[in-house]
Design a protein around this ligand. Structure first.
Ligand SMILES: [Zn+2]
Length: 299
């Protein structure tokens, strides 16, 4: 995700995130490659960061951004491998991570995700935070292989381990660990350098979100390259900083809810004020972040 200072642009991107591509423009998007480690590359375009793992068997991919970007994404993948995109794993069900599913699946790729990704994509969804009704996805976009806890791909001599975490960002989340290359894709459990969106309307919870970060921390070492759902490539130190911000903010909001404070009173506490302004400059600005934390603890 590029940094978005304009609140209107941020709002448009947030709507695209929950409602699909109709509200966002994609002509100007350039898909950029970033070397992660070994055979894993991160692709940055618009929406959630993509991981691409290439080898003799072809391409193993994580997340697909928005449908209008599929041809640009495919063109970048073709510079890395002539092989087919055999598998595409979704980290969770949001439109900026699954939007290209049908385009890839129509070309023979098999989409894999947690059971709840398929369940949520199959049904209409009302997001009361944004007052938006979202239609069910086309059948061609749905994952055809689903799992409840974890699944391992034995891929070009290394294991790719996929495991469900949560409820955290949503109740559909999975992380993907490329063991041989020591790369972890965390999906939206990690907004590197930004306050995260915790989607309480999709089963996400603030407490579960921090617990999911801890699952990642238990897995990574100082050499692990971490692909966040949004923001630049990261390492363990960046994740520790992020955990500190999430721990600090969630603890403060939880205590305020227990004290019986209203949402407006909690916003007025300026809990996010001690962190650099850049943390609130993405599509989750401080008020939205505090609102989602408040709602999570209110339940
Ligand atoms: Zn998301």
């Amino acid at each position: 995700m590029s940094r978005i200072a304009n609140p209107l642009a941020a709002a448009a991107l947030m709507l695209a995130l929950v409602a699909g591509p109709a509200t966002a423009q994609f002509d100007d998007v350039v898909v950029k490659k970033h070397e992660a480690s070994g055979s894993v590359v991160m692709l940055e375009g618009r929406g959630g960061n993509i991981a691409v793992c290439t080898g003799p068997k072809g391409v193993f991919m994580v997340d697909s951004q928005f449908a209008p970007l599929s041809s640009k994404i495919r063109a970048e993948i073709e510079t890395l491998s002539e092989g087919p995109v055999s598998f595409l794993v979704n980290t969770h069900w949001h439109g900026d991570h699954v939007g290209g599913n049908a385009n890839f699946q129509n070309e023979g790729t098999i989409v894999v995700a947690h059971d709840n990704v398929r369940k949520r994509m199959s049904a209409e969804h009302f997001n009361d935070l944004f007052d938006r009704q979202m239609p069910a996805s086309d059948a061609a976009a749905l994952p055809v292989v689903t799992f409840s806890e974890d699944v391992t791909f034995h891929w070009d001599g290394g294991a790719i381990e996929i495991f469900h975490v949560g409820p955290a960002h949503t109740d559909t989340d999975a992380m993907i660990y490329f063991r041989k290359d020591n790369v972890l894709h965390m999906g939206d459990i990690f907004f590197n350098g930004y306050f995260p969106f915790i989607d309480v309307t999709s089963g996400g919870t603030a407490a579960g979100y921090v617990a999911a970060i801890d699952r990642a921390l238990a897995l990574v070492d100082d050499d692990t390259v971490i692909i966040p759902g949004h923001g630049p490539l990261a390492g363990r130190e960046d994740l520790l900083v992020y955990r500190g911000v999430l721990q600090g903010t969630t603890t403060a909001v939880e205590a305020a809810v227990e004290d019986g404070k209203t949402l407006d009173e909690v916003k007025a506490m300026n809990i996010t004020g001690k962190y650099p302004e850049s943390w609130g400059s993405g599509f989750v600005q401080p008020d939205l972040f505090i609102t989602t934390l408040y709602r999570s603890y209110q339940k």
